[in-house]
Design a protein around this ligand. Structure first.
Ligand code: UTP
Length: 472
């Protein structure tokens, strides 16, 4: 059966409606896009999410428990468990077992920036881009541990070329060219509210990246996993492209992952308030799951212990450590594991009656995405470790307000001011604790409080608190 017949059989024959109007190049491109679509999978998604014939799997909330986590001790330097973790993490790093991994395939629609999000300028003084900030942290960790620490970056069909060009134009920010590796994630067709595939152009199917959960199969299909195995890489330090504060390489986190025998570990933040929009780390029937804030019944979100602390307090911030062997096991071609898809109702560019591409003013269709945390229940052991906002989390999601460039720049400055304050250098701050004069500390100087302490002891810089402060 040829592709067109197959699409007709699945009720999607309209995808080829304009076939005869297309040139041979456009026809080839349409066939290529069509060939990427697993029609059986799409039929199931349409049944589940569009026609609603199958109910969405409901969590058994009666048996849901908060997931336990490693709490930050009062005195970290004196805590034997945390120090043991750090030693283990450092030795895995020195032994070359760790790679950094960024998921950067998203479309960043909320930010509304024209270009890959990683190319967005975000540092307070030098306006370094997200990619540059991560590159500098990776570079600093390479020096510190004397190891290659390759950096894998997942892109999507939408931003792959622009991302690679950006690194080329910037000479990989000083990292050796072959030590930064890019691969594309998969994509999924979008459908309208009748379950019909949406055409974005006469020869173009509306397709979007398959979610950060698509990372697992993309790592496998792109050959990245095979490459890691051949280089002796056993552990991936996973983070998202939108979070300039992420430590990128954290020996404590890597060490806890190793010492607990976890296959996939996560950092958590204690939720600041009940309704905060973070997923919750939970346990159900001995498995760890993340329950999204929108799926959690209000009475559970509000539950408190005897001391008045939220019971479901562990918020998910999309920072993970993953075993390469675990990804290989669940994402290989032989695996029966399939991460579930989630639906997102969106405005999707489509053709009007006259065959012209238009941007709808209202939501007109559905995109399907996988989420990386849905891999957690497949891990035999899954560890959660506490971190702080200051040291790890201030994402750039929106153009303004919460989680915006402005809030993220302010948080970066708070962190740098906090490091200086620990050395007795007090900066003038405004009512929300943000330094009045701009401050920025390059990762080549420090990228965590501990690297800051070490560098400060080794070579204390002159800091002129009267003006803008840039330390590198
Ligand atoms: P978000 O969930 O914030 O989505 O991605 P987004 O596409 O970047 O932004 P919006 O929702 O359109 O505004 C969180 C992280 O997951 C990556 C993003 O690049 C970001 O690092 N991601 C998301 C992917 O790599 N692929 C995807 O398909 C989706």
């Amino acid at each position: 059966m040829d592709t067109k017949e197959l699409f007709e059989k699945h009720g999607q024959g309209h995808v080829f409606k304009y076939w005869d109007e297309l040139g041979s190049k456009e026809q080839a491109s349409l066939l290529e896009q069509a060939g990427e679509i697993d029609l059986g999978e799409l039929d199931e998604l349409v049944d589940t999410f569009v026609k609603g014939s199958e109910a969405k799997e409901v969590v058994d909330f009666a048996n849901l428990k908060p997931a336990p986590y490693e709490k930050i001790p009062e005195d970290l330097s004196e805590d034997s468990s945390w120090q043991e973790a750090k030693t283990k993490g450092e030795s895995a790093l020195r032994d070359g077992k760790v790679a950094a991994f960024t998921v950067a395939g998203g479309q960043g629609t909320r930010l509304g920036y024209n270009g890959p999000k990683g190319t967005f300028p975000i540092s307070p003084i030098k306006s370094k881009t997200l990619f540059q900030l991560f590159a500098e942290k990776v570079g600093a960790a390479r020096v510190l541990y004397g190891a290659e620490i390759p950096w894998f970056i997942m892109t999507s069909h939408v931003n792959h070329d622009a991302t690679v060009s950006f690194f080329e134009e910037n000479a990989y920010f000083g990292l050796a060219e072959g030590s930064v590796k890019f691969f594309k994630q998969g994509r999924m067709a979008a459908v309208d509210f009748d379950g019909k595939i949406i055409l974005e152009g006469k020869g173009t199917i509306a397709m979007s990246p398959d979610g950060h959960g698509g990372a697992l199969r993309a790592l496998e299909r792109s050959g990245a996993i095979a490459e890691m195995k051949s280089k002796g890489i056993e552990i991936l330090s996973y983070f998202q492209v939108d979070n300039p504060l992420v430590q990128v390489i954290d020996p404590y986190f890597i060490g806890f992952h190793i010492k607990s025998g976890s296959a996939m570990s996560s950092k958590m933040l204690p939720k600041a308030y009940e309704a905060e929009k973070l997923g919750h780390f939970c346990e159900l029937d001995g498995k760890q799951i993340v329950v999204e804030y929108s799926d959690m019944p209000e009475e559970l979100t509000a539950l408190r212990d005897e001391e008045g602390k939220l019971k479901f307090i562990a918020g998910s911030i999309a920072i993970h450590i993953m075993d390469v062997a675990f990804i290989d096991k669940i994402a290989s071609a032989e695996s029966s594991v399939q991460l579930p898809f989630h639906k997102a109702v969106k405005k999707i560019a489509c053709l009007n009656e006259g065959g012209e591409t238009v941007k709808p003013s209202d939501a007109n269709g559905i995109k399907f995405e996988m989420f990386v945390f849905d891999a957690l229940p497949f891990a035999d052991r899954a560890l959660v470790m506490e971190t702080t906002r200051l040291n790890d989390f201030s994402p750039v999601k929106n153009a303004e307000g919460v989680d915006s460039p402005e809030s993220s720049r302010a948080d970066q400055q708070k962190l740098y001011a906090n490091w200086l304050a620990s050395k007795g250098v007090e900066l003038e701050v405004d009512e929300s604790g943000v330094p009045v004069k701009n401050i920025e500390i390059a990762a080549s100087f420090a990228y965590s409080s501990e690297t800051f302490d070490a560098k400060w002891a080794e070579s204390t810089p002159d800091v002129d608190i009267a003006g803008e402060i840039y330390i590198s």
